[in-house]
Design a protein around this ligand. Structure first.
Ligand code: UDP
Ligand code: MG
Length: 309
């Protein structure tokens, strides 16, 4: 390669983002060029079905700092990022979404923190432009992750993050299949700084995440970082058993004192309640069993088809 070894690598997962890529490249080039340090832009094409790959190749032909790697198929945002990390050569690694919802112009703020000694820098999206239910959802999840990991970030999901190379090296070495990048990050270091960054509406294309994906992600995440839900089943069991005991006493009391029977409705209600609780408990257990199953399969987290010459 004729370019100098990059000091900074920007890794960008790309799944059907053709309309944004040209502007993204222009803005990244302006910002990174302004730093006056060697850099590379590692685009990871995550099985796009639109013209993203052709456009990325074209960008690469005009700019040797652009690297384009393709995955074998669509693996998802997080695997695409890890694939990009595995190829990146910089001392500092920055991750960024392709859809321009976060600003490439904020990258220097991340680098400042890394130079000042942080292991990781994570953005906190100010004035977040996402649908209301998504923001509410995020807030609850953020609280939960902060509580479980003991790292008090308020916007774990922010797609603008910076890392020291060593940190990413350790994150890549993890061997589990079910993973969540921001949680991996806290497993490696707690020297993480959160800084405010700007956030914009998605300009083109649409979010790859539907409501069902968000629920899936939340369940994955919760069962990923803790076994608390399993413990809660036990707790629920104790509470229900106690409740049942007192109800039984009440039934007995009514029968002895008034010769009264409880109506059929209450029995049916109780039946539904208990069935619901049992299935919920079983479902929770299955989440963990499913996770163990996924881990034993040892499927690769991502497969790189190759990198453009
Ligand atoms: N992405 C990806 N693979 C996927 C889904 C998304 O590489 O299967 C990329 C996508 O191109 C974008 C980033 O991940 O660069 C975030 O996706 P999106 O904007 O849809 O997520 P949101 O902003 O709604 O969280
Ligand atoms: Mg987006």
């Amino acid at each position: 390669m004729d370019t100098p070894v990059p000091e900074i690598s920007v890794v960008i997962p790309v799944y059907n983002e053709e309309p944004s890529l040209r502007e993204l490249h222009e803005r990244l080039t302006a910002v990174m060029g302004g730093l006056g340090r060697p850099y590379e832009l590692v685009f990871v094409n995550d099985g796009s079905r639109d013209g993203s790959l052709a456009l990325l190749k074209e960008l690469r032909r005009g700019d040797p700092r652009v690297r384009v790697a393709s995955l074998m198929r669509n693996f998802g945002q997080s695997p695409a990022l890890y694939a990009g990390f595995s190829l990146a050569r910089g001392r500092f690694l920055v991750m960024l979404d392709a859809d321009l919802q976060v600003y490439p112009e904020d990258i220097p703020l991340l680098l400042e923190q890394l130079e000042a000694g942080a292991d990781c820098v994570s953005g906190r999206r100010t004035g977040r432009r996402d649908p209301f239910f998504r923001r509410l959802f995020s807030r609850a999840l953020n609280r939960y992750i902060a509580y479980e990991t003991g790292v008090p970030l308020t916007d774990y999901g922010c797609p603008l993050k910076g890392f020291r190379r060593e940190v990413v090296g350790h994150m890549l070495a993890f061997d589990h299949r079910c993973r969540y990048l921001p949680v991996d990050m806290t497993a490696v270091t707690t020297n993480i700084v959160e800084i405010p960054v700007r956030h914009a509406e998605r300009k083109a294309g649409r979010s790859k995440y539907e409501l069902a994906d968000l629920v899936r992600t939340a369940v994955d995440l919760i069962t990923n970082i803790s076994v608390r839900p399993l413990r809660m089943i036990g707790l629920l069991g104790i509470l229900l058993a106690l409740g049942g005991f007192f109800m039984f006493l009440r039934v007995l009391y009514f029968r002895v004192v008034y010769g009264n029977q409880l109506g059929a409705e209450s029995v049916i209600a109780l039946f539904f309640l208990l069935c619901g609780v049992q299935l919920l408990s079983l479902g929770t257990l299955c989440e963990y069993v499913g996770r163990i199953y996924a881990e034993t399969q040892k499927k690769p987290y991502f497969i790189i088809r190759g990198e453009e010459e």
